[in-house]
Write a protein of this length. Structure first.
Length: 395
């Protein structure tokens, strides 16, 4: 059996909304349906009934995303009911996992045309209540937030594994001697690059605003922030001697992203030139508390499988869960030119709607390669509970 080439024809995303912000009134299934519909509308030559499957990443699934948000997106987008949908969950890597699974199906001949993406509404993430072990309990019951992080933790898990995500970032800062000033400088650069990219119109080809919502640009970008402003913020996880703050961490966000993937036959049907071709991917595990370093080995393995090196990369989208985490990864890739990383800003500025972020990164790399005309690009994320995921694209 021959392995088919897989192409990214198009990629779209919503502007990323802040927690409780402009997109907070919008259900996650509606966000997902919107990007699916927008993606299909941008390729009018393709019959929507030709979509073999829709893969969507979603890190929550406990609320209005309604267990299988991919299928909900298909229906809400008005695609034929014959188009199926599957939701995948690799926490922060869910959107990229969706792209990888869709690409794998096409490569193996199980599909010719697929949509892959991700969605998250952290604003609308519900509180959940465990069922009591016996009926009619007399005492109070605890609600758990599903917005972010560990919940209803299994007591068999070692305590060192289940630290808050921000404490995990502090551990990486300790390991690599990353200072508060370095983290703040990284965050400032992220905001400046994102603001400049928007001002230059570099996101115009991929961002599709949600109808009826007054949000044309990513909501968390702070054009006027400064090292002085960032220095005034208190540590969020270690009150004494901590370095990780709200200013040098990714915020809580809402948003969705989607990509159109095809084989050679599907490409001819679209009548379009592809943005990029998918080459290889890799996933790895690491100690849960050091989740932020998860991309280190995943990226090395993905590059090795692709026959490429860091020197071959034109662009690299690395999800900025925390500045400390990103700097820790960069410290372990001394051969990488850091100037090619997140050239249009990263998640510290743009935001990190968990299930959508990986699809946003893959789409951004594809658009950047198309703009350049040729080259190799890479998208990678760290993942809570200790994983790393990477995807190599080329044009």
């Amino acid at each position: 059996m021959s392995i088919r080439d897989v192409y990214i024809v198009d990629a779209v995303r919503t502007p990323i909304g802040k927690f409780g912000g402009a997109l907070a009134p919008v259900r996650p299934d509606d966000l997902a349906g919107h990007v699916v519909r927008a993606l299909v509308d941008r390729t009018p030559a393709l019959d929507p009934a030709r979509v073999d499957d829709v893969y969507f990443g979603d890190a929550n699934g406990a609320g209005e995303d309604n267990r299988d948000v991919a299928r909900m997106a298909v229906l809400l987008a008005g695609l034929p009911v014959s188009v199926p949908g599957v939701t995948v969950n690799r926490l922060c890597g869910s959107g990229l996992e969706a792209v990888i699974q869709a690409a794998r199906a096409i490569a193996l001949g199980d599909a010719s045309v697929a949509i892959a993406g991700g969605v998250e509404s952290m604003s609308r993430a519900p509180w959940v209540l465990q069922k009591p072990e016996r009926a009619f309990p007399a005492g109070h019951q605890q609600l758990h937030s599903t917005t972010l992080g560990w919940r209803m933790t299994n007591p068999r898990m070692p305590a060192e594994w289940t630290v808050p995500l921000g404490e995990g970032a502090e551990l990486i800062a300790d390991r690599h001697g990353i200072t508060r000033e370095q983290q703040d400088a990284f965050a400032l650069a992220s905001h400046r690059k994102a603001a400049e990219a928007w001002a230059k119109g570099l996101y115009d080809d991929e961002v599709v605003p949600y109808p009826g919502v007054d949000l044309a640009r990513d909501e968390c970008i702070r054009d006027s922030t400064s090292m002085e402003a960032l220095a005034k913020l208190k540590p969020s996880f270690r009150p004494e001697g901590g370095t990780v703050t709200a200013g040098n961490s990714s915020p809580l966000n809402d948003g969705a992203a989607a990509l159109l993937l095809v084989d050679e036959d599907g490409l001819r049907e679209t009548g379009r030139e592809p943005l990029a071709r998918i080459r290889t991917s890799a996933v790895t595990g690491i100690e849960p508390q050091l989740f932020g370093l998860g991309p280190v080995e995943a990226v090395r393995r993905a590059l090795e499988k692709s026959g490429r090196t860091f020197a071959d990369l034109r662009t690299f989208e690395l999800n900025e869960a925390f500045a400390a985490q990103s700097l820790g990864c960069l410290a372990e890739w001394p051969e990488l030119d850091a100037d090619i990383v997140n050239p249009r800003g990263g998640a510290v500025a743009i935001g990190h709607p968990l299930g959508a972020s990986g699809a946003r990164l893959a789409g951004s790399v594809a658009h950047q390669l198309a703009a350049a005309g040729s080259g190799t690009g890479l998208a990678a994320l760290c993942i809570g509970v200790g994983q790393g995921l990477a995807l190599v694209l080329e044009r």
